[in-house]
Design a protein around this ligand. Structure first.
Ligand code: NAP
Length: 293
């Protein structure tokens, strides 16, 4: 009889993403023991009572003892300190992966801190999430049918990549690989830019003098457009700082197009507005069809 895919999983950062991955593995019967790690006992006690983790340690070096898979699911700004702490304590057969939303800085942190264990590190990013945070918000189907991008280094062991791929597949994810730089460019456009726009819009409106009336009459469109402005500010600050080059580029391109749109509105150029809106609608329909295929 073969055992589960992961004998002992150490989850550092027991929140939405890490918690959801573990729940999916548990549902599939593909994980033995799960040890959590976080900054204070409160969240970890909650995670034990929710059945996400079996036990916990506050020191990452202690938490990774004997783990064959270590998942680092903390905000990007906290990755380096975790890598530094775990590097000397990893079991010989341990594979380490992360779920960070930008890959360039995580890889730089891993190169600086993981030392001889760098070949056992598989950088990863699930393209799934919600605007909610914390272990209470985690659910096992979060990754079903969703993409996960792995951005292995030249040094990464092929077997380590295959293990992480297999563990994501158990959660129902569609796994692909990509160069980290390309990942950060693509995600700047499709994820990081929209989050900055949503935060920026709500912040701006909230400071207009008639804001109460604005929010009182806001309807479904406003709610849809701004949903992601309810996301965790710390996480998104870290993502913007980590991917600042690609994000600045995306913001510049978008600002130039927005400027043109403003000129069209000011000039009451209906033809230009129709061109933009029709093109956008067609592009969105293609995008939705792609998601469904
Ligand atoms: P989350 O729900 O807030 O969980 C993160 C956990 O990390 C927290 O529960 C917290 O647990 C711990 N943590 C927070 N700050 C820390 C620090 N400074 N040092 C050590 N631990 C800390 O966040 P999440 O949405 O799961 O995001 C985790 C990672 O996934 C991030 O790197 C993010 O970029 C990436 N990601 C997020 C999404 C998304 O849509 N949410 C999607 C894809 C990838 P304790 O309170 O127990 O310390």
């Amino acid at each position: 009889m073969t055992g589960p895919l992961v004998r002992r999983l150490c989850l550092i950062g027991v929140g939405l993403i890490g918690g959801s991955w573990v729940r999916a593995l548990r549902g599939a019967g593909q994980v033995g023991q799960v040890v959590g790690c976080g900054r204070t006992p409160e969240n970890l006690e909650r995670a034990v009572s929710l059945g996400v983790i079996d036990s916990y340690a506050l020191d990452p070096a202690e938490a990774v003892q004997e783990a064959d898979l270590v998942v680092v699911a903390v905000p990007l700004g906290a990755m380096a300190a975790v890598f530094r702490r775990i590097a000397p304590a990893l079991a010989p057969d341990a594979v380490v992966t992360d779920v960070g939303s930008a890959k360039g800085t995580v890889i730089a942190d891993a190169r600086a801190e993981l030392g001889s264990r760098l070949p056992d590190f598989v950088p990863g990013h699930p393209i799934a999430g919600t605007e909610k945070s914390g272990v209470e918000a985690s659910f096992p189907d979060l990754f079903r049918g969703r993409r996960v991008i792995l951005t292995p280094l030249d040094e990464t062991r092929a077997e380590a990549v295959e293990r992480v791929r297999a563990v994501w597949q158990v959660a129902g994810a569609v796994v692909s690989s990509m160069d980290a730089r390309h990942h950060d460019d693509v995600l700047a456009a499709t994820s990081h830019l929209p989050h900055v726009l949503a935060y920026g819009l709500v912040d701006s409106l909230s400071r207009w003098s008639d804001r109460d009336e604005i929010f009182q009459y806001a309807a479904g469109g406003f709610r849809d457009f701004t949903r992601i402005a309810s996301s965790d500010p710390v996480m998104w600050r870290d993502i913007c700082l980590a991917n600042h080059e690609a994000l600045t580029d995306a913001l510049e391109r978008y600002t130039a197009d927005l400027q043109l749109l403003m000129e069209a509105v000011r000039a009451r150029d209906g033809e230009q507005l129709m061109t933009v809106f029709q093109n956008a609608r067609r592009a969105r329909e293609r995008f939705l069809a792609m998601l469904e295929s």
